[in-house]
Ligand binder design. Structure first.
Ligand code: ADP
Ligand code: RBF
Ligand code: MG
Length: 182
């Protein structure tokens, strides 16, 4: 039995995100646990978990969420936005908020896998998140392969769910905040 069997391929209502979503979070990309997520093909951009900046963070269920990430990349970054547009570029994302039971972390982390292939890292970049919904609770696994299989499925769920008309970032409450200049 595969870890992903029985999982829905799409989450959230056709008509768009429902309260309390979309939720906003922002900060500078910091170093994570350095566990080589990148080698697994799932690099995660970590944000500080700070209730003074993100008031809802302490109350939300630990688990996997999806939505949009907006990145202000350095002018020297290959994927830097064209000078004529906002300095922020928006991408779909999937993220984990919690204690990563597979690794038994003692501190709560927030880490975002951006659904785009980057040719260079972006540590220290300003990142804004518009979290549009919840995918699943965080789990422990028998193997690293099972964890990776579940995360890859999360990526597909996020892509399929965000592809619907009512989920386009321009149509969401807070959608224009994503590209607003600092
Ligand atoms: P760390 O433990 O420092 O978070 P990771 O192996 O998780 O290390 O790699 C995360 C870093 O990889 C991010 O901070 C970012 O600079 C870079 N990166 C490159 N591509 C992506 C992507 N698609 N999503 C998230 N981070 C990415
Ligand atoms: N870690 C867990 O221990 N359990 C999980 O269920 C889990 N789900 C995740 C889902 C996503 C979309 C992402 C990006 C990460 C998840 N993680 C989870 C965190 C994962 O263990 C961490 O990114 C590792 O660094 C991967 O090697
Ligand atoms: Mg990381």
């Amino acid at each position: 039995m595969s870890v992903t069997s029985g999982r829905p391929a799409i989450v959230g209502a056709e008509a768009g995100p429902e309260p309390p979503y979309p939720l906003q979070m922002e900060g500078k990309v910091i170093s994570g646990f350095g566990r080589g997520s990148k080698e697994l093909g799932i690099p995660t951009a970590n944000l500080p978990v700070d209730a003074a900046v993100t008031p809802w963070i302490g109350d939300i269920t630990s688990g996997v969420y999806f939505g949009y990430a907006s990145l202000q990349l350095a002018p020297s970054h290959p994927e830097h936005a064209p000078a004529s547009s906002s300095s922020f570029s928006v991408f779909p994302m999937v993220m984990s908020i919690g204690y990563n039971p597979f690794y038994k972390n003692t501190v709560r982390s927030a880490e975002v896998h951006v659904l785009h292939k980057f040719s260079q890292d972006f540590y220290d970049a300003h990142m804004r998140l518009l979290i549009t919904g919840f995918i699943r609770e965080e789990k422990d696994y028998k193997s690293l392969e099972a964890l990776v299989e579940d995360i890859n499925f999360d990526c597909e769920v996020a892509k399929a769910s965000l592809k619907r008309d009512a989920w386009a970032h321009g149509k969401l409450e807070g959608g224009d905040w994503l590209t607003k200049e600092l």
